[in-house]
Write a protein that binds this ligand. Structure first.
Ligand SMILES: Nc1ncnc2c1ncn2[C@@H]1O[C@H](COP(=O)(O)OP(=O)(O)OP(=O)(O)O)[C@@H](O)[C@H]1O
Ligand SMILES: [Mg+2]
Length: 250
């Protein structure tokens, strides 16, 4: 199952305007691991994830998906293996209807229309968005768009799931559905998020990014109880680990 491994070696990246985003990243993620990627705004989470699906190509260092180095020439193969939910769903939704958007990936990998249709229905059902099937994506709410974007990736049955802020804008019920379906996804998954409670629930391993560097990489329980590490990286412990204040009568 080596094709489910993600390997990032000495990766550095600056944007065309010169803004440095990643510096000397070394990370290996193994088959079946569930990894949370956390860090303050601007830490480099999205930039790193975009290297895992080939949206950015390494300037220095390398990225491999299994035995395949991520390059211009391998993008098709990489994107068949890695399903990426982008931070902004508008980057993923461009068809006239939700059904067509979710069918786009399955049809693009050559599935017959009836199988694509089956996958559309199943994926929309999983994220609780079946009722949106005929709607134009650009008229959906933020949370509805997020759910549809997640369905569009699930419909391709990727071997590796990479998600950038998957719970942003979701109402509590949709968030619970998301956690349930992610728990059921037993392949490799990498989740960048500010929702540390979701990471605490789902990911046995957490990577902390700070100013484009890996500051910590280890068991989630250890990282989330290291308050000085979290503080240094501009983070706070998940709510479920914070002391609750009692109600006081006024
Ligand atoms: N298109 C761009 N052009 C120039 N700089 C960029 C661009 N996109 C991101 N950056 C910069 O790269 C750095 C890393 O940004 P990135 O979006 O990866 O952070 P992030 O950890 O995902 O943040 P957030 O939690 O806000 O989503 C930041 O300094 C950011 O300002
Ligand atoms: Mg981001």
């Amino acid at each position: 199952m080596s094709h489910h491994i993600l390997e990032v070696k000495e990766l550095s990246y600056s944007y065309p305007d010169g803004t440095p985003a990643l510096s000397g990243i070394d990370v290996t993620i193994h088959h079946g691991e569930s990894v949370g990627l956390v860090g303050a705004n601007g830490a480099g989470k999205s930039t790193l994830l975009q290297h895992l699906c080939g949206s950015h190509l390494p300037q220095t260092g390398r990225v491999r998906v299994g035995d395949v180095p991520v390059t211009h020439g391998t993008l098709r193969e990489v994107r068949r293996t890695v399903g990426m939910v982008f931070q902004d769903p508008d980057d993923m939704l461009f068809m006239p209807t939700v059904a067509e958007d979710v069918a786009f990936g399955p049809l693009n990998i050559g599935l017959p229309p009836d199988e694509a249709e089956r996958r559309v229905n199943e994926a929309l059902e999983l994220v609780g968005a079946a009722h949106l099937k005929r709607r134009p994506p650009y008229r959906l709410s933020g949370g509805e768009k997020r759910s549809v974007a997640i369905a569009a990736v699930l419909a391709c049955s990727p071997d590796i799931l990479v998600m950038d802020e998957p719970s942003a804008n979701l109402d509590p019920r949709s968030r619970r559905l998301l956690i349930k379906l992610l728990r059921g996804f037993t392949h490799t998954k990498v989740i960048a998020t500010h929702d540390l409670d979701l990471v605490f629930d789902l990911c046995e391993r957490t990577i902390v990014l700070h100013q484009g560097r890996v500051m910590a990489d280890g068991p989630t329980a250890d990282i989330f109880t290291d308050s000085s590490l979290l503080y240094c990286c501009g983070l706070e412990p998940p709510l479920s680990l914070q002391p609750r204040e009692g109600c006081t009568a006024s």
